[in-house]
Design a protein around this ligand. Structure first.
Ligand code: SF4
Length: 388
């Protein structure tokens, strides 16, 4: 006879209860001990892993990584964008921006396609974002052609910027094309041209180690000082970028850093202060070698329609950063920027837009080798803050 409170699903009296809890060794997750029968409807794929950036994409055959440029063709690595140049121009070096490397010079600038980040306010998204978009206009150029163009003095007007042979890899992310970059950079060095990298700095240590020996100057985007912003909004990794800045600096590359101030995203006083302290701590490790910081005005683009950076707020942020760092510049706004001699305080370089006056500098040949170096035209002291 049933007891009054027994339910219909209860096991009959005397049946041992099945233990289903994980604690009791149950298998809610399946037969994890490998005793299951073989599954059907699977294919063995030659998936490749790209170790160039921290995304470390697993790329199936006929697929592309998140940057859209590195792929897998029938199980083999595939870089169809090798040598595809989307932009080619001779720019003032201040446009990179580099303010303390060969001021007043012009530089051959080449741009590529694709990027490993997804900054929703990207100002070059037409060439940086490839997924689901048409191939951007451009053409293939051999590394030899790029270097030959850099060696040509460009026939600039008398009295214009001087033209030491130098190449900037810029506009969209150059580091997703390391094979082409290395071919150009190594040849450039053999022919006596300098290499300038303008990058998001988001590559693995093993890739950085191969490229940095051929880089003379770099401008690195420090897009935020928040791990969360890098991960969730930009698709990158803050620690990787900080490591890249440090490794470039420690290896003797001339380093400048740029932060685009996007209102409400990365412009809090606390965040900017943390970034400034990071740069200052690096500088303190090698006294004398400065890392100029460019705080740059954002304007709405691509998926981001927040109002542009207020110029007054930008100037205020630059002023506050100067309490921590000696060389901070406000960029992308009207106005003048100057660099003063750390010894006598006289103006070394003044800039109004891209009109650059380097009258406060003297460029001298070193006595015992082919190096050149800058001195202050006023007090005559050697300058370590401006490099050739
Ligand atoms: S470089 Fe491109 S393919 Fe390689 S891991 Fe990064 S996003 Fe993926």
């Amino acid at each position: 006879m049933k007891t009054p409170d027994a339910s219909a699903s209860d096991p009959p009296a005397g049946t041992p209860a099945l233990e289903l809890s994980r604690k009791a060794g149950g298998q809610e997750d399946g037969r994890l001990n490998g005793s299951s029968p073989e599954g059907r409807f699977f294919s063995k794929l030659d998936v490749l892993r790209c170790d160039l950036c921290p995304r470390r994409c697993l790329i199936p055959p006929q697929g592309r990584g998140a940057c859209g440029v590195r792929g897998n063709l029938d199980g083999k690595s595939h870089i169809p964008w090798y040598g595809f140049v989307t932009a080619l121009a001779r720019d003032p070096i201040e446009k990179k921006p580099l303010y303390h490397f060969r001021p007043g010079s012009s530089i051959l600038s080449i741009g590529f396609a694709g990027c490993n980040l997804r900054c929703p306010f990207c100002q070059n998204w037409r060439i940086s974002q490839l997924r689901g978009r048409e191939k951007p206009p451009g053409r293939y150029l051999e590394a030899e052609d790029v270097v030959a163009l850099a060696l040509d003095d460009g026939g600039g007007p008398p009295g214009g910027p001087f033209d030491p042979p130098q190449i900037a890899y810029t506009y969209s992310e150059p580091l997703v094309h390391p094979e082409y970059l290395l071919d150009c950079m190594q040849l450039a060095h053999r022919k006596g041209a300098a290499n300038v990298l303008v990058t998001n700095g988001c590559v693995t240590q093993e890739a950085a180690d191969e490229i940095i020996p051929f880089v003379d100057a770099v401008n690195i985007d420090l897009k935020s000082f928040s791990r969360q912003t890098y991960q969730k909004t930009l698709g990158g990794d803050l620690d990787t970028v900080l490591d890249f800045i440090a490794v470039c600096y420690e290896n003797g590359v001339h380093v400048e850093v740029t932060t685009l101030l996007v209102p409400g995203l990365n412009d809090s006083e606390a965040e900017l202060k943390s970034a400034a302290h990071f740069i200052a701590d690096l500088e303190a490790s090698r006294r004398g070698r400065v890392i100029p910081w460019h705080l740059s005005a954002y304007h709405p683009d691509w998926h981001w329609d927040v109002l542009p950076t207020d110029p007054a707020a930008l100037l205020r942020a630059a002023e506050q950063a100067r309490e921590i760092l000696p060389y901070v510049y406000a960029g992308n706004i009207a106005g003048e920027a100057e660099t003063r001699c750390p010894h006598c305080g006289k103006t070394l370089v003044s800039r109004r837009g891209y009109r650059i006056d380097t009258g406060g500098l003297t460029l001298k040949d070193a006595e015992y080798d082919e190096e050149k170096y800058y001195c202050c035209a006023s007090c005559g002291k050697d300058l370590s803050v401006i490099v050739y």
